[in-house]
Design a protein around this ligand. Structure first.
Ligand SMILES: Nc1ncnc2c1ncn2[C@@H]1O[C@H](COP(=O)(O)OP(=O)(O)OP(=O)(O)O)[C@@H](O)[C@H]1O
Ligand SMILES: [Mg+2]
Length: 238
């Protein structure tokens, strides 16, 4: 079998004295959608922020496409092909939609490729095209989520990290965002998706990991976890 695209092996992450990740191991294979589910404070965002280089594990390794990237700075991680859409979107409010998207391509110099990807982003998110000159801070919550995803795609990532893309969105828009995640994946981008909305996440994922207070407690095929009694009780509302 081929090596996984991303392999996290036994990492520990601390915030000062707080031991947030306690020996986490997980793998993401090329082409997959993998979801990480768990309650508030379980360590989901911490896991993504460690992969994207914003936090440094105290020990353990993170291997991406054969390279150890644990502790590599965030801007370098983007160059390696990993892009994160952070929790709460964090678009640059004072800048326009276009300026935010341009920033997403900061690691690239291939002008033609950037233009092509901009076109793809506007096809995925037509609303961004209509609002390209609007300042990002005046977009609706859903539109800001689209912009944050579009901006991440502008670096043409091999692996896209999504931190709770459905947060605060109306049910119809959540459906739309999940369809778009599937489209992004079908066009060749591997996805690691963190979600509170476990039902939706498990419905589009190949595999899943359950995180509880800094530890992986369950993992397996998404369909199997969705059918498991324990997962249903804890995360799917019975
Ligand atoms: N900057 C920080 N300083 C100190 N502790 C932190 C910091 N960020 C997170 N933590 C702690 O680390 C633990 C994991 O937090 P994390 O944000 O990864 O959880 P999460 O699973 O993403 O939760 P949520 O679903 O609420 O977003 C929590 O106990 C949290 O209080
Ligand atoms: Mg979080």
């Amino acid at each position: 079998m081929a090596e996984p695209m991303l392999k996290i092996d036994n990492i520990d992450v601390y915030y000062g004295a707080i031991h947030a990740l306690k020996g986490i191991s997980l793998e993401v294979n090329q082409g997959e959608i993998v979801t990480l589910i768990g309650a508030n404070g379980a360590g989901k965002s911490t896991t993504l922020r460690t992969i994207s280089g914003l936090l440094k594990p105290k020990n353990g390794s993170i291997t991406f496409m054969g390279k150890n990237i644990a502790g590599v700075p965030a801007h370098q991680i983007v160059r390696e092909g990993i892009s994160q859409v952070p929790e709460g979107r964090r678009v640059f409010a004072e800048m326009t939609v276009m300026e935010n998207l341009d920033l997403g391509a900061f690691v690239r110099k291939d002008k033609a490729g950037i233009q092509k990807d901009l076109k793809t982003v506007f096809e995925l998110f037509p609303r961004l095209a209509e609002r390209r000159n609007q300042s990002a801070g005046t977009l609706s919550g859903g539109e800001q989520q689209m912009l944050a995803m579009g901006r991440a795609l502008m670096s043409r990532p091999k692996l896209l990290l999504l931190d709770e893309p459905s947060m605060g969105l109306a049910p119809l828009l959540i459906k739309e965002i999940f369809h778009i995640i599937e489209d992004i994946n079908k066009s060749g981008t591997t996805v690691l998706l963190v979600e509170q909305n476990a039902n939706m996440a498990l419905s589009i994922a190949n595999r899943a990991y359950v995180l509880e207070t800094g530890r992986i407690t369950l993992s397996g095929a998404a369909q199997e976890l969705a059918a498991s009694e324990d997962v249903r009780k804890a995360y799917l509302g019975g």
